[in-house]
Design a protein around this ligand. Structure first.
Ligand code: TXA
Ligand code: MG
Length: 327
């Protein structure tokens, strides 16, 4: 099988494939997702197969409209009060909310967990397709398990081309890294399970926030320490230390031009994550540059961190996991 590349106008075709139980890669504002009918266990099973994803790692469910929220969840009062505030402020957008699930969500979707991760994308093509489809879509990132998430249709073809029927090309994604995942707690606080485009500093304005930790049994089961892995070895070092790894066989993934200027001499290749030192620029370029450097056959990719605030936390989180450094 080789995946058909559909244009952003060919939404009818994508919808009829989804109705037939197929898996179709779709653009979202964060990264491309591999979508299938969330309420059809056979369609959902196809996602795990295509991604070679272990069944212990639950999927995010995307909603076509707000009415589906009460169909899929059973939150208590404080959980749903906070969820309402988050939804009002951030949906549609790059925030995933974990809530107690209702019986109609297949156990396969949640890996047997009592909760379900929900999100509503603001990408116009995704919204068009899911509203025509009219039901929730399960959609994890459209990469093979443990690898770099795709931010372009070409990257999806690289990852899954032989294993899925179609990709809808919506151009490069807007945010570049996956959604922020939060879990409202019964005491009115929330736990950030994965940093992302919605900044932790902003969430702290709304309620008490605690950060979940990774490890081999993380609270978001997919948040393993080793993730987003390029084939080449990648290390994450402080900017001042990068120069110690200067070698023609190595590549430097420098945060910004200042880091490239101070540390770049002697590397075989230097790429700059944020030419304008802007966090959002860095986030949108991260996975694409990791892919490019990975195909360059370097002995070592040496990355330097973004400033640790806003979406910079998400960039550093992905770099740490690509380097397999325990959080
Ligand atoms: O931006 C995104 O969120 C993208 C786009 C395609 O929507 N999706 C995405 O999905 O990143 P995925 O499957 O690559 O990451 C979902 C994460 C996993 O780490 C998974 O373990 C966690 O969400 N997750 C899913 N359901 C959960 C639950 N009930 N409780 C805790 N974590 C959950
Ligand atoms: Mg993923």
């Amino acid at each position: 099988m080789s995946a058909a590349l559909l244009t952003a106008e060919q939404t009818e075709q994508a919808v009829s494939l989804l109705r037939s139980g197929a898996q179709v890669a779709l653009p979202t504002e964060t990264v491309y997702g591999l979508a299938a009918d969330a309420l059809n266990p056979a369609a959902v099973a196809g996602i795990f197969t295509a991604k070679e994803r272990p069944y212990f790692d639950p999927l995010i469910v995307h909603l076509p409209d707000y009415d589906w929220l009460k169909e899929l969840t059973t939150a208590n009062q404080l959980e749903s009060q906070l969820a309402d505030v988050l939804i009002e402020k951030y949906w549609p957008g790059p925030l995933t909310i974990v809530l107690p699930k209702s019986a109609i969500v297949p156990d396969l979707v949640t890996s047997g967990m009592p909760s379900v991760a929900l999100r509503m994308s603001r990408h116009p093509v995704f919204r068009q397709i899911i509203s025509q489809f009219g039901k929730p879509l399960a959609a994890p990132s459209a990469n093979r398990f443990g690898r770099i998430s795709p931010t372009t249709a070409a990257a999806v073809i690289d990852e899954l081309g032989g294993k899925i029927v179609a990709v809808v090309d919506g151009g490069p994604t807007e945010c570049g890294v996956e959604s922020t995942i939060v879990r409202p707690e019964p005491d009115g606080s929330m736990t950030v399970l994965r940093p992302g485009p919605v900044a932790v500093e902003e969430l702290e304005q709304l309620a008490t926030v605690q950060m979940a930790h990774g490890g081999s049994r993380p609270e978001a089961p997919g948040q393993l320490d080793s993730h987003y892995a390029p084939d080449s070895k990648l290390i994450l070092v402080e900017s001042q230390q990068a120069v110690n790894h200067a070698d023609r066989n190595n590549a430097l993934l420098a945060w910004d031009p200042a880091v490239a200027a101070s540390a770049g001499a002697g590397f075989g290749r230097v790429e700059i994550l944020a030419p304008d030192s802007d966090l959002l620029t860095g986030a949108t370029r991260l996975f694409q540059l990791m892919r490019q450097l990975d195909s360059g056959d370097h002995q070592l990719i040496v990355a330097t961190p973004a400033p640790e605030n806003g979406i910079g936390r998400a960039i550093n989180d992905r770099l740490r996991r690509a380097a397999n450094v325990p959080s």
